[in-house]
Design a protein around this ligand. Sequence first.
Ligand code: ADP
Ligand code: ZN
Length: 215
Amino acid sequence: MKNIILMGPPGAGKGTNAKRIASHYGIPHISTGDMFREAIKNKTPLGELANKYISQGLLVPDDVTIGLVKERISLDDCKNGFLLDGFPRSLPQAEALTSIGEEISRPIKYVINIVVPESILVDRISGRRVCKTCGAPYHIRNMKPKVEGICDLCGGELVQRKDDNEETLKARLHEYHKMTEPLISYYKNLGVVYDVDGTKDLDELSKDIAKILGE
Ligand code: ADP
Ligand code: ZN
């Protein structure tokens, strides 16, 4: 059972690596950030609530996020494994996930912690672009599309996320250090943390992660 959490600060490359891992193992990629952005795009009540926090670089309230994830990982397609990207991000979220895992017999087996120095994060985030249509990630220097401004995969338009500006990023990094980084100790106590070097190129990093996760 590959029940995996991908952790790391904003800009660590969680989304990009998550897509690779999920498709390699044929397990669902569950990104709370993507779920919120989808809700915002569709102007649902959840989206309206989430947007208030996301636009300020703050965490969406725990009860909302926990409910969303509980529902998602209980679905049938998660029975052989799932990859969480961007969840948990706070101690109450992690504790809730542990008890949900017990309740539905889907415990977390691996926490892949992507380590990247702070100086690199700012450059990565300010140069990040995403496909408006399919969400695929790019970077204006490090991960260019074949045609500028156009998604390689679907031809969609590449845009900058609203929360990828310097000011919001500061708040997001602050939230990360205050709320999320302590989770590494929580999971170290459970003996499931594996650090990987997020400055390596993507193919190398995928190999490192595959060594940890096995077949
Ligand atoms: P990042 O690149 O910062 O890791 P994400 O796409 O994972 O971005 O998340 C974007 C925003 O969505 C976060 O800054 C936060 O406001 C909100 N969010 C995502 N996941 C969670 C979560 N587990 N708990 C609370 N808020 C979340
Ligand atoms: Zn696309």
